[in-house]
Design a protein around this ligand. Structure first.
Ligand SMILES: Cc1cc2nc3c(=O)[nH]c(=O)nc-3n(C[C@H](O)[C@H](O)[C@H](O)COP(=O)(O)OP(=O)(O)OC[C@H]3O[C@@H](n4cnc5c(N)ncnc54)[C@H](O)[C@@H]3O)c2cc1C
Length: 380
């Protein structure tokens, strides 16, 4: 009979098992993993570099990065947040570094470093690891931690206890714009755009990447997370509005530029900091003085509200996640314990929690795993 049986050898399952065993070394703690490999998503995460967490140490601001689960995570972040994640890995010899956009990676730029730290710690503590053990009927255990990610059999186990599963939909994807005239500019990034979807109340600002199939980049990926359910219901067909100059007003700048540089050719002379080829598609091939003020107004309007037809989505290979899962109001977030079955705990993506891109999804796994492990151990 196990004291703590963890279902799922991913980030959340590992963190839960390690916390339980480190608090109570005498307990029999096991991780059951259905595949032949541990921490598979950690391995491929962040393009093989593993974006472990985000450089946001204020729990309130951190929680705002979760389209689902923001309120519930707040208390957990006070208990175990990104600073604790950084310290945890540092104590195991893994230094993290911060990139300009706040994403944190191991200084080795290799997810293997993270896997070695987690697996090494499990071995040192004596956590039993049972590979190729797909759990459908429950192992004999005093407490059970369900950390099976977005796997359907994990949802089935939760259901068998009476839990509700919020229907799942994909999150973190790029927008397919088959009719986009910008496709030929694939690879070009525009730094500060605002992206809005018709009928959806929220917009997102940040860099946008033009790709050969449409739009990607942080602003698009973040909006895909917030609008995950809305876009799913629309069959991923929607009008996408782009403000290419979200922090300035284009019209006065265009008028002024015309006045100051009347003889320069508009298409080769750019008043903004747009890439040359991008500006060429928007501007006219004549001197500024020959462009009417009305045309400048039309151009300004287009730069602030450029509309594209989204027709489908593409999975973002560097990070994606499932929205939906175990209904949050059925879980006590002080302990991660089920409100329906007292010896059952949850951690990670199996819950109806998901973050935008940037290390927030792993932070959810570390924070919920940590508390689930601690609470399960204290119940034994
Ligand atoms: C390509 C990719 C890249 C990503 N990159 C990042 C990133 O850089 N940063 C970030 O924050 N997030 C990233 N994510 C998201 C992040 O990986 C997940 O949110 C996180 O791994 C969830 O951890 P988890 O432990 O809850 O679930 P998982 O990692 O999915 O682990 C669940 C485990 O449970 C096992 N399992 C399922 N059912 C059973 C069963 N019945 N019996 C036994 N075992 C079972 C599965 O085999 C799996 O190993 C990425 C996701 C993907 C797909």
């Amino acid at each position: 009979m196990y004291d703590v049986a963890v279902i799922g050898g991913g980030a959340a399952g590992f963190f839960a098992a390690l916390r339980a065993k480190s608090l109570r070394p005498e307990l029999k703690v096991a991780i059951f993993e259905k595949s032949g490999a541990l921490l598979s998503k950690v391995r491929i995460s962040g393009g093989g570099r593993c974006n472990v967490t985000h450089h946001q140490f204020d729990p309130v601001l951190l929680s705002k990065n979760y389209p689902r689960g923001s309120k519930e995570l707040l208390g957990l972040f006070h208990r175990f947040g990104p600073l604790d994640t950084i310290a945890w890995f540092k104590e195991r010899g893994v230094e993290l570094k911060t990139e300009k956009d706040g994403r944190m990676f191991p200084i080795t730029d290799s997810s293997e470093t993270i896997i070695n730290a987690l697996v090494g710690e499990a071995k040192e503590l004596g956590v039993e690891i049972r590979l190729k053990e797909k759990i459908t009927t429950l192992p004999e255990a005093k407490t059970l931690i369900l950390a099976s990610g977005s796997s359907p059999d994990g949802y089935e186990i939760a259901r068998s206890y009476g839990h509700t599963i919020v229907p799942t939909v994909p999150s973190l994807f790029t927008f397919n714009i088959p009719t986009s005239p910008l496709k030929e500019l694939s690879g070009i990034a525009i730094q500060d755009v605002k992206v809005t979807i018709d009928g959806f109340s929220m917009s997102q600002r940040g860099p946008l990447l033009i790709t050969h199939f449409g739009f990607s980049g942080p602003a698009v990926l973040k909006l895909s997370a917030w609008a995950a359910r809305f876009l799913h219901e629309k069959g991923y067909l929607a009008d996408v509005h782009i403000d290419w100059l979200s922090s300035i007003k284009a019209y006065p700048i265009l008028l002024n530029y015309k006045k100051e540089h009347p003889k320069k050719v508009m298409s080769t002379d750019n008043p903004f900091q747009f890439p040359k080829n991008f500006w060429k598609l928007f501007s006219m091939d004549k001197p500024w003085k020959d462009v009417s003020d009305k045309d400048l107004l039309i151009l300004a309007e287009k730069l602030h509200n450029d509309v594209y037809k989204m027709e489908g989505k593409t999975t973002h290979k560097e990070e994606f996640v499932t929205a939906g899962g175990v209904m949050l109001k059925e879980v006590d977030f002080r302990t991660m314990q089920s409100k329906i079955a007292p010896h059952l705990f949850f951690a990670g993506e199996i819950l109806d929690i998901d973050g935008v891109t940037g290390g927030f999804n792993f932070q959810n796994a570390w924070s919920t795993g940590y508390t689930a492990g601690q609470s399960a151990a204290s119940l034994c």
